[in-house]
Write a protein that binds this ligand. Sequence first.
Ligand code: PLP
Length: 297
Amino acid sequence: MLQKFDDRNKSIQVFIKDRLYSREEAKVSVFDSSVQGGDAVWEGLRVYAEGVVCLDRHLVRLLESAKTLAFTDIPTKEFIKEAIRRTLTANNMETDTHIRLTLTRGEKITSGMDPRLNQNGSCLIVLAEWKPLVYDNTSGIKVLSVSQRRNAPQFLDSKIHHNNLLNNILAKIQANVAGKDAGLMLDERGFVAELNGSNLFMVKDEKIFTPFAHACLPGITRHTVFELCKANGIETQEADLTLSQFYNADGVFATGTMGELTPVVEIDGRTIARENAMLNRVLQLFKDNIRNYCEPV
Ligand SMILES: Cc1ncc(COP(=O)(O)O)c(C=O)c1O
């Protein structure tokens, strides 16, 4: 599904490092680490009138990713919250909003890979856009398993939410070429990892399964699904799952902040049932409860 330009985003204000800029002026230096090496970490946040969904969890993941990458001058949660608050207020945004929150290692004194060249502190970017849910959560999406493998810890730990997204982008290109909505990525052993931009779950015999988070992002929406299922007596299990198990599931869905819960109705040309009582129950539970996960900024 290709997102379209939303006219409301023509004149948005963007927070960079320490202040707001108009969309035209919102730029980082050519010496910024994100330009030089994808050397940045990020979060996608969804905003409702009640606040930002799971804000604290997102901030923890951002700060932990930055610590793993040995960023210096990491901003505090309070600084980031204030930057988000200022950005949302400046744009009059209360709902239908998605924030791309990025922390780069900052500007280098000269081009090069070495983090010691970063002597200007890290750079926080709060890009808030009008963006309702991006996938068709009623009819569902079609996906294709691709040759590009998802990173496992011996290559680049998928628990770091970094901007080095090329393996996922290559997966998305393969799906695009085949006319499908997303690329399904396997881990290096051939087990299902996740879609190129969201986590995957399957329903089998009234139970909910999802891959271990060894080679997928431990998604925050994924975590919310676990919590909602537990609170409602629905059994969940993390497991090594094969494509064959997914082809023969009673229902499949993807999870992520950008699209929330999205049914998957086709994998590699095999039809996956859209109508399944347990699938619909989980989708409905999420819809009914997501606003309880909002935290005011
Ligand atoms: C590769 C990948 N998987 C899964 C997700 C979903 O994570 P979350 O539920 O935390 O938004 C994302 C979102 O950024 C992602 O980039």
